[in-house]
Ligand binder design. Structure first.
Ligand code: THU
Length: 137
């Protein structure tokens, strides 16, 4: 896995847990937080923001990616991702979020997320095989 220590990853997870408290999720009541460690050393967070249409809901991970680009520009790279929820349930990043993360992350970057009974850390390429190879530019 890329150069983010287990201790750093645990800290990132704690940041994700904290920000999950800001989730706007009146429909599912599933409160999710995401924290991205960028290669520039910055930590960027996001929460899920739901919508009455349901379909327009944005997940915590994608909210964080959009925020990171808005704040630091198109050249950002993601070194690690942490996802947490306040519901005590599994929440690996959804397919849409994996696809969006692929634009800004490398195959060896660690992604930590809740599973039944704890957390699991996988590399990005384990979560989305060949995802990083799909980029055209
Ligand atoms: N959700 C996320 O924000 N991230 C995940 O990794 C899993 C799902 C959100 C979407 C929706 O607002 C709620 O959780 C229930 O699926």
């Amino acid at each position: 896995m890329a150069n983010v220590s287990q201790v750093e990853l645990e800290k990132l997870l704690e940041v994700a847990r904290q920000v999950a408290g800001n989730s706007y999720s009146p429909y599912s009541e599933f409160r999710v937080g995401a924290a991205l460690r960028l290669t520039n050393g910055e930590t960027i967070t996001g929460t899920n923001v739901e919508n009455v249409s349901y379909g327009l809901t944005i997940c915590a991970e994608r909210a964080a990616v959009v925020r990171a680009v808005s704040q630091f520009g198109p050249k950002i790279r993601i070194a690690a991702v942490a996802v947490a929820n306040l519901n005590g349930k599994a929440s690996p990043p959804c397919g849409a979020c994996r696809q969006v993360l692929a634009e800004f992350i490398g195959p060896d970057a660690p992604v930590i997320f809740p599973v039944a009974g704890g957390t699991l850390t996988m590399t990005f390429s384990e979560l989305l095989p060949l995802g990083c190879e799909m980029k055209l530019k």
